[in-house]
Design a protein around this ligand. Sequence first.
Ligand code: NDP
Length: 248
Amino acid sequence: MIDSSAKAAAPKVVLITGASSGIGEATARRLAAAGHHVVLGARRADRLHALAKEIETRAGDAFALDLDVTDPGSVRSFVAAAHERYGRVDVLVNNAGVMPLSRLDALRVDEWDRMIDVNLRGVLHGIAAVLPIMGAQREGHIVNISSVSGLRVDPTAAVYSATKYAVRALSEGLRQESRDLRVTVISPGLTRSELTESIGDRGVKGAVEGQMGIAIPATAIGDAILYAISQPAEVDVNELVVRPTAQG
Ligand code: NDP
């Protein structure tokens, strides 16, 4: 159960998918430093355990668990283990994502499917796993990571954008259906992380990496998430767009 000596005025149990690198990893550090209990999920367990250890050496509390968001059973187990350990689930950050960009006429259909499975189905699996718990608690907060690609479409990003538009649509539907849940969409612009490693099309990868010089640190997104979850219970921050000043 929760240790009441934690640093934050109201420490929360925060589950973060995709916590093994980039935005998820930075968010875990930020939230743990603020005194929240962070539950870290991703497939690279070695990375997660190293991060949990690092957080604990700084007097934070972290719990690392294997997670594949494409598998609804894995997501249910992740949420159940967190619930069993802490007795509640306050926040789910649906952050795990992949971005194998390519033109549609390149027909990289397996990559389209992977984006739909991770970026869209993964978010739905997370929502399905926490809704019964948050419903019983009569409170909870779901933070979904979309993208500026959820607000505009560019060549090579058609399928990625489709998944990120969908995340915004289902977040808005979820928000409208509930009077107890808070729902926040965070839409980052270019952010330093490992995301471009998922781009299989070499030409596109080079072009995207060429734009990353202006990218902001992943901590900027962690700060936005911390802001959203730190508001009073009756205040729901619905949407935040956080991008480099220099990004058009
Ligand atoms: P990273 O590649 O650094 O992080 C992606 C994370 O997702 C990793 O921890 C990875 O962990 C995890 N992940 C991927 N597939 C799965 C899976 N099947 N199950 C569980 N976890 C998975 O990129 P970012 O930090 O940039 O990405 C985080 C989110 O931010 C994504 O949703 C992305 O679309 C979004 N975003 C990023 C932007 C940017 O410029 N960086 C801009 C806009 C949005 P593992 O491989 O260990 O499973």
